[in-house]
Design a protein around this ligand. Sequence first.
Ligand code: C2E
Ligand code: MG
Ligand code: MG
Ligand code: MG
Length: 289
Amino acid sequence: AAKDGGRGRHHFYAQDLHSDAQERQQLEQDLRDAIAHGGLELYYQPQVRVTTEKITGFEALLRWKHPRQGYLSPAKFVPVAEEAGLIPQIGEWALRTACHDLSKWPEEVRVAVNVSPLQFANPALPAIVTSAIAAAGIAPGRLELEITESVFMGDDASTEAMFAALKGVGVRLALDDFGTGYSSLGYLQSAPFDKIKIDQSFVRGATMEGSRNGAIIAAIVSLAEALGMETTAEGVETLDELDLIRMLGCSHVQGYIYEKPLPPAAATERLARGLTAIAQGPRSARAPR
Ligand code: C2E
Ligand code: MG
Ligand code: MG
Ligand code: MG
């Protein structure tokens, strides 16, 4: 190996120059294949009411088992899908699949589906949502759409019209990753969110002893309460974080402390068995993934 090291290394560098573009192109092609052959899956992570520790719903999260690289994070392939114009297709599939899976779960359970800003900008979205709901035969109020702050970067009039149309359909709206985008608090005044999801970067490492993140969470909770919105703390992993979230009055929790995202059958089983915190590990240890 040492002998042909020079040549091998040369080859390596040459490839490296093109690797970013090539890798992306390959990923895009693999993603097209996955869409065509049913290679995408939805996993479901429980959302838990803080006071009762009951599962009130699941967030649907995309999973893609890449043929050679194993499971890829949606944080990696969703941006590729957005750039390649594949999001409308993937997004509609996710909506239909989530509604279909939800139709097998008890009435009081909801499902939350992430909606890309590109989907939000599509005037056909309300019709697509209506069709997914009708096909699954579920009540519209059982579907929650998770939207990020970035939708407020677009045209004000069409953003407002989209909110009105979605509310007209009867679905719930959640503001995802709150506090991580270009927040102008002004938009909260008029946007009809039912729930604010507090990003895990604020939850992470927030401790009882007056941490800055604790102060930020407290402020978000009181803002949400004043506006009549629920709050979900995302990414809660430790008992200390859970204690703080409880103390600060968040209405819901989603995180490994309770459960990781599960395949549909496992989610069904989790519902049947009920859920009490796996919150029995050592105080500051991270919950297993
Ligand atoms: P998100 O919507 O903010 O989803 C929450 C992410 O936090 C998920 O990552 C979830 O697995 C992860 N998470 C939950 N609990 C914990 C915890 O206790 N600790 C840690 N460290 N992480 C936790 P995931 O599944 O990798 O998804 C990443 C992002 O990809 C999502 O962030 C969302 O923005 C996007 N995404 C996922 N599915 C879809 C989809 O169907 N459509 C669109 N447009 N985007 C999606
Ligand atoms: Mg989300
Ligand atoms: Mg989030
Ligand atoms: Mg996120």
